[in-house]
Design a protein around this ligand. Structure first.
Ligand code: BG6
Length: 471
């Protein structure tokens, strides 16, 4: 890997910080979600139910432990660390004019601590953390007004932190909501709770459009504030393979990938691709897309593509000439790969495939900002032997290296997801663990919050020290 390649780890504010109602922070959307499980969706509550357990309220209390945690990251050799700025810490309700100074100070201190330890911040603006008030009062991203609220937030952040933070991401995994039948994905991406009888697909496309406009505006503003800033999009990259070389499977895979990745086309190229225009026409969606939006999309194309990679999917042709894709129904099993305890397909080669796919299509620098293995750990006397995690990461890093060293893709860095155990986004569990650092806390919220190094800690330390030579 080249000498500037950035190795590190990643989390999101709501999954680690806790301190959910401290120093002026308002409730965000993740604060309203109860704990779920491998086969149990997280319930979204309308108010905080007294006595109920909300895993993100305390999380791993990074808010009060960040110095200790950053010291551990430094010991592992991290050159960068990705987290997010919790929107509701800066704008507790979301529609205020002025930010909450206490919230801003927390990130002043956090970034300073990181930089003091030689760790570059990689910062996401919106990682499932919009103020819940915006959901209640405005209906989340179904409302065009959200663009202004987001831009106010983004501008405050760019102005305040541009000397400390060079790499930014706008919306985390903006394309999760392409699975429009998943209430959890639409709520966490867009703060939308569906009404009975509405066309969910249309609602999601409208919200997505507003987010893409907001993202493009943010890119433009960031560059006006400081032309050296690098602003990226962030895509959940789950390539969809054809089940076989049957031409029907091949075509279905093209249509399915269009539906998951059109977001990247707009972020990178600055306009809607032909297949989306035809799709909107056919569906007769009549979306609120004005000329000014199209202009801003052109002016705010991203500087790099950040993505998460955990798995690949597969589809079979089904005779639908339009190649329509409904993720809640259309995926099929890939017989060549195994799955995790949470049913996530494990496909290391898919990472090399992904890097090539994005490189061929866009020729922009890329950043792998999430990759990792959620697994049950056995903790005994302060020790966790997590060979399975090392094996997963080793296989993925090898594929990443092959993509860079053999295929010549342009990659800026790699951050392992959940480098310290944190609350699972999809299930709210603590025991779906990704970390190199074990945090003593269980699914029911009990534990001392003490941190311990797992076996993977020294393994990753060696990987970084040798710039990926020794895996
Ligand atoms: C991504 C998200 O979807 O995957 C993270 O950006 C999330 O927030 C990660 O934590 C892993 O998912 P989970 O559900 O296992 O925590």
């Amino acid at each position: 890997m080249n000498k500037d390649f950035l190795w590190g780890g990643a989390v999101a504010a709501h999954q680690v910080e806790g301190a959910w109602n401290i120093d002026g922070k308002g409730p965000n959307i993740s604060d309203m979600m109860l704990v779920g499980g491998a086969n149990k969706s997280r319930i979204i509550t309308d108010n905080i139910i007294s006595g109920a357990y909300y895993p993100n309220h305390e999380a791993i209390d990074f808010y009060h432990h960040y110095k200790e945690d950053i010291a551990l990251f430094k010991e592992m050799g991290f050159q960068c660390f990705r987290t997010s700025i919790s929107w509701a810490r800066i704008f507790p309700k979301g529609d205020e004019k002025e930010p909450n100074e206490e919230g801003l100070k927390f990130y002043d201190n956090l970034f300073e601590e990181m930089l003091k330890n030689g760790i570059k911040p990689i910062i996401t603006l919106s990682h499932f953390e919009m103020p819940f008030y915006l959901v209640k009062k405005y209906g989340g991203w179904r409302n065009r007004k959200l663009i202004d609220f987001f831009i106010n937030f983004a501008t405050v952040c760019f102005k305040r932190y541009h000397h400390q933070v060079k790499y930014w991401l706008t919306f985390n995994e903006i394309n999760n909501q392409s699975n429009y039948n998943s209430e959890g994905s639409v709520f966490t991406n867009s703060g939308i709770i569906f009404n009975n009888d509405e066309d969910k697909e249309k609602v999601v496309y409208q919200a997505s459009h507003y987010e893409l406009v907001a993202s493009a505006k943010a890119v433009k503003i960031a560059h006006e504030i400081d032309s050296s800033l690098m602003i990226g999009c962030m895509i959940a990259m789950t390539p969809i393979y054809p089940y076989s070389c049957n031409p029907d499977d091949m075509l279905k895979a093209i249509g399915s990938n269009h539906k998951r990745f059109w977001y990247t086309d707009v972020h990178v190229r600055g306009y809607y691709p032909g297949y989306m225009k035809k799709f909107f026409e056919r569906k007769d969606f009549c979306l609120d897309i004005i000329n000014e939006d199209l202009d801003i999309l052109k002016k705010g194309t991203v500087d790099y593509i950040a993505f998460s990679y955990y798995m690949s999917f597969s589809v079979k042709g089904d005779g639908n000439i339009y190649l329509d894709y409904d993720e809640s129904k259309d995926l099929c099993n890939n017989p060549y790969i195994q799955k995790s305890d949470w049913g996530w397909p494990i496909d290391a080669k898919g990472l090399r495939y992904t890097l090539n796919y994005l490189q061929d299509r866009y020729e922009l620098p890329m950043f792998i900002v999430e990759n990792g293995f959620g697994a049950y750990d056995t903790f005994e006397n302060g020790i966790v032997h997590d060979q399975y995690r090392i094996a997963y990461l080793k296989a993925h890093i090898q594929q990443m290296k092959d993509a860079v060293e053999i295929d010549g893709v342009n990659l800026l860095g790699y951050t392992v997801w959940g480098c310290i155990d944190c609350v699972s986004f999809s299930t709210g569990e603590m025991q779906k663990r990704y970390g190199f650092i074990y945090v003593d806390k269980n699914n029911d919220g009990k534990g001392t919050l003490k941190r311990y190094k797992k076996d993977s800690f020294s393994w990753y330390q060696k990987v970084i020290e040798t710039n990926g030579e020794i895996l």
